[in-house]
Design a protein around this ligand. Sequence first.
Ligand code: M7G
Length: 353
Amino acid sequence: QEFKNLVNRFKFVRVLDSNPQTKVLSLLGKIDDKDAILTAEKTHFLFDETKRSQYNLNFNDSNEDDNNPPIFYHCENEYSCVNGIEEVTEIASNDIYHWGLVLLKQDIEQSPTARLNIIWPASTVHVKRYEKQSYHLIRETPEIYKNIVRPYIDESIAKGKLSWVNEILYEDVEADRVVYKDFSEDSKRDGFVILPNTKWDGVNLDSLYLVAIVYRNDLTSVRDLKPSDRDWLININNKIRSIVPACYNYGVHADELRIFVHYQPSYYYFHIHIVNIKHAGLEDNMAAGKAILLDEIIDNLNFLGPNGYQDKTLTYVIGENTDLWKRGLKDEVEKQLESDGIPKTPAIINTFD
Ligand code: M7G
């Protein structure tokens, strides 16, 4: 009950960000005088669900189920925005248009109101990441990677921000939530774990969000991938698409999974995002300039030279609050705009008053 305890002790300080579109609110607060970040996301509506039938069709009347695949059926969820209505009040009606408010049945397990995430104690890097900020597009050349980004990655790994990854891989933390684990000492290189991302409520398949973390520890990001990693990636891609639909009663199919990596990621240990294609994304999680499809990476490795992604120029979005922006990317953007011949922004005088 550590989570409940932290929620109860959270003392609000200020709002970091509020997004009515994604229905996500991030608050800065204190727990025992240390910074804490609380992020709340209103859960999406449940409507239908795929259930596994208790009765298998058994034509030859034997008890052997081996040759009969399980039967699934589709039905409306009891918590849906029709079945689950408990109270209704009208706002107005006009001609053929009618609107009002409803109260829907909720259940902590099956239909929760919101997902809360707490980071505690939160570092200043965490606080800055969750705070509203301005973003810029940077073209990261191999030189910029080598001179600015790679040293930053090495430093941030040395600071040990990755303990949560090691706890999943080796300490069985979150073990009860693991969807798939393939690990043996002899073939460590091929092993990986799939489990729910902290950004998923774990209930609504429409917003299914999983993360696959590999046992290989020689990859900090997509930048370290080489043509020799192609077969390894193909194998992971195929396994993800075979395993995930089966784990969720085929409520989501292999071609309905958006499988991608982030550049820049928040954590420099190779991991893959797996999201229901219906989920347009929290903030910019799936946006161009942040997400690179795994299929795209696999194909690019056919064309890149032996150094793979190390020789590629990658264009992405970077926030002003990040250390990378301050450690040189800001200057690089200015240089790039100048050498591309993009006119400087003129001084803008505010004439509204
Ligand atoms: P990223 O691309 O490095 O960061 O992905 P970003 O998505 O925040 O830009 C890391 C992913 O791992 C994120 O989607 C996180 O939500 C997820 N994640 C982070 N932590 C600390 C945990 C954790 O402790 N457990 C699980 N299951 N997922 C996590």
